[in-house]
Design a protein around this ligand. Structure first.
Ligand SMILES: NC(=O)c1ccc[n+]([C@@H]2O[C@H](COP(=O)([O-])OP(=O)(O)OC[C@H]3O[C@@H](n4cnc5c(N)ncnc54)[C@H](OP(=O)(O)O)[C@@H]3O)[C@@H](O)[C@H]2O)c1
Length: 287
């Protein structure tokens, strides 16, 4: 190995260690008794988020549409150590339910330390067929309800020096086929909350904002869509959820999980043709 290569490898190691060393440490005790609202918690990553907060002794309100599933998740949260585990059914395609959920959580928990926005409406994994109505509906569920809930919760989060955690996707930063409506909603989230982050910082707000960029995660709904269509590896939902919890608790602006999501975001600007080739060839598609 030449001395130039050795210097490059040594520099990368030093930078990696420096980043690790200076990264804020996660103190799980900080979550004991924390008042947390998690949306989309009846299954998938949201369910796993609820279990991690429960394990750390938080007080939790969970929400989604299916009551029976929420009840089961809430019971398991109590058995895992949650100080409180309450649920409220809500449909985020409605104009009023987003506010109703925040009001319920603030009232039942006596305030709010974490608002974790994670829910998504179901959408097809297929070529765009011109369904504008579906895209409008998905925008309401995946985007407008997020900004409505964030606005409603901000006064409570200000009081508690709380945190706003947004679960987004690599597809909000780098586009991909078969997901045009979903990509639009996630790009909108990144744009809106990226802008809100600056405003909160400029106002010297107490509230931290975390934007979580996830790659393919092994939830039932994601796997159903991509089975046989892509060879991309899916990462465990419980690990993704733990990383989201830690990112919120350490008040970091961004999470990239798994590691390759960061590489994809960087390379799409540096080497767009290579990235586009890779994206289009990572799916089994015969025209
Ligand atoms: N899984 C992945 O590969 C992946 C990759 C990147 C980013 N993400 C992000 O991670 C988050 C969670 O994804 P996931 O795979 O865990 O999703 P999921 O398993 O499909 O769960 C979605 C959750 O949202 C709820 N929900 C659906 N429609 C709703 C509505 N109209 N109103 C209120 N709640 C509704 C569902 O419960 P009900 O049916 O009971 O309402 C469920 O609890 C999303 O923000 C997603 O974009 C996931």
């Amino acid at each position: 190995m030449g001395s130039f290569t050795k210097t490059i490898i040594a520099s990368i190691c030093v930078i990696f260690l420096a980043v690790k060393w200076t990264a804020p440490r996660f103190d799980e005790e900080s979550l004991r008794g924390a008042r947390v609202l998690v949306t989309g918690a009846s299954k998938g990553i949201g369910e796993q988020l609820a279990y991690h907060y429960a394990h750390f002794g938080a007080q939790i309100v969970i929400t989604a549409r299916r009551e029976q599933a929420l009840q089961q998740v809430a019971e398991k949260c109590l058995s895992l150590g949650a100080q409180k585990a309450l649920y409220i059914t809500a449909d985020m395609s409605s104009d009023s339910d987003p506010d109703k959920v925040v009001d319920f959580a603030v009232e039942k928990l006596g305030g709010l330390d974490y608002l974790v926005l994670n829910h998504i409406g179901s959408s097809l994994f297929s070529m765009w067929q011109g369904d504008v109505e579906h895209t409008k509906w998905l925008m309401q569920v995946n985007f407008f309800s997020y900004i409505q809930m964030a606005w409603r919760a901000l006064p409570s989060l200000e009081q508690s020096k709380g945190s706003l955690v947004i679960v987004s996707s690599l597809l909000g930063k780098s586009t991909s086929p078969f997901t045009a409506p979903y990509c639009s909603t996630k790009s909108a989230l990144n744009g809106f909350f990226g802008s809100l982050y600056h405003e909160l910082a400029m106002k010297k707000s107490n509230v931290s904002l975390s934007l979580c960029t996830l790659g393919l995660i092994d939830t039932e709904s994601a796997m159903e869509k991509v089975r046989g269509v892509t060879k991309l590896p899916a990462y465990p939902a419980t690990d993704a959820a733990l990383n989201i919890v830690m990112t919120g608790a350490t008040r970091q602006l961004e999470l990239y999980y798994p590691w390759y999501t960061y590489v994809m975001v960087v390379t799409k600007d540096w080497f767009p043709s290579v990235t586009n080739y890779f994206i289009q060839n990572s799916y089994n598609y015969i025209p």
